[in-house]
Write a protein that binds this ligand. Sequence first.
Ligand code: UD1
Ligand code: UDP
Length: 382
Amino acid sequence: MTPKPEKARILTIFGTRPEAIKLFPVVHALEADPRFESMVCVSAQHRQMLDQVLDIARIVPDHDLDVMQPDQTLDALTATLLTGLGKVMDAVRPDRVIVQGDTATAMSGALAAYYRKIPVDHVEAGLRSYNIYHPWPEEVNRRIIGAMASLHFAPTRTAADALLKENTDPARVHVTGNTVIDALHWVTARIEAEPALADGLADLEARFAGRRVIGVTSHRRENFGEGMRGIAEAIRTIAARPDVAVIFPVHLNPNVRKVMKEALAGLDNVALIEPLDYPNFARLLDLSDIMLTDSGGVQEEAPALGKPVLVMRETTERPEGVEAGTAKLVGTSAAAIVTELSTLLDDKGSYEAMARAHNPFGDGKASARIVELLANEIGYEA
Ligand code: UD1
Ligand code: UDP
C-alpha cells in the first residue's frame, strides 16, 4: 500500500459560473480541514460570471488559465483547456483532482488527470437524460467523466442508480446530496448577516410592486436559434399582461443576448438586466412567483425554495423536481410556454400544487460528506 501523504494535495478545477457555485462549498470545506492542502485552478471558461462567484466566496485561485474568448467554439475551447490544465497538473502534482458536473472544463480536467494517472473525483456524478443532444454537449461530457472517475459523488439516489446501471463499482458511488444546496444555505446566511449584499434589485422591486414576478434565465446551446426565439416570443406575449413583470438576468453568451435584446428591449414590464451575483440571484429566486428557465442549477434551487419552475427543455437529467411536481418540462415553443405560465398565473390550485418547498437535491451537508469520503479514500482517520 502506498503510504498516505501527511497532507493530501487536492486540486479543484472549475471554469464556469455553475461549477464555481457548486464547488465553492467543497473548497471551503477542504481549506478548513488540516488533512488537506487545497489548491484551486480556474480555467476561466467564463470570466465575469466566474469572477462574481470567486468574489463572494472569497476564493483566490492558485492558477487561472483565463481561456475565455468571445463566442468560442467547443473544439478550440476543449483543446486549449486540455493542454492548459495538463500543464497546471504537471506543476502542482496533486494527489487527487476534483471536477464538477458536465462542462468542457470538467471534461478536459478529468481527461488531463486521467492521462497522468491522477485519480479524479466527480462531484454531481450520474446525471443522465439518455439523449446525447439534450443537454448538448453536457450529456456526453458527463458520461466521459464517469468513465474515468475514481469516486462518484452522486447528488441523489436516482443519479447513483444510473451509475450502477452502467456497471460502475458500487463501492465507488456515494450519494452525497447536491452541493448547490450547501451554496444556497451559505449565501442565505451571508445575506442574513449582511442584507446589503442582496439589495441590487430594490429599484425593480419598487417598479414592479403589485405584479406577479416571473424570473427568467436561459443559455442552453441546444436552444440557440429557434428555441431562443420561441422563449423570447413567449416572454413578449406574457409580458403584455398588466399583472405580470419579468426579471431576466441575461447570460453573457452573445447567442443569448442578441436574440433577447432584439425581441424584448424597451418593453415596460420586462427588465433585461446583467447577470446577477449569487446573493442577488438568491434574492431574485425569493421574490419571484414563478421561475422560467433552461438552467440546471436553477432547477435545483427553485424547488428548494418552494418556487414553481417551468423548465424550457425537452428532457431533463434532473427528473427529481418533475417527479415531485415542483418542476414541469415545457419545451421552447412560445405557445406551450405561454399556456403553462397562464395556468400558473390564473389557476390558484395549479400554482399551489407546484409551490411546495421540496428538496430532493440535498440537505446542505454534501460538501462535508464529500470531504469525509475523500479522507476515507486516502486512508485518514475521521
Ligand atoms: C457553459 C457550459 C454549460 C453551462 C454554462 C453555464 C460547456 C460546453 N458549456 O456554457 O454546460 O451550463 O456554461 O452558464 O462547457 N461569456 C462572456 N463572459 C462570461 C461568460 C460567457 O462573455 O463571463 C460569453 C463568451 O462570449 C463565451 C460565451 O459566452 O465565449 C460562451 O461561453 P461558454 O463557456 O463557451 O459556454 P456557455 O454557453 O456559457
Ligand atoms: N445564477 C446567478 N446569477 C444569474 C443567474 C444564475 O448567480 O444571473 C446562478 C444560479 O443561482 C445557479 C447557477 O447560476 O446556481 C446556474 O448557472 P447557469 O444557469 O449559468 O448554468 P447551469 O446550471 O445551467 O449549468
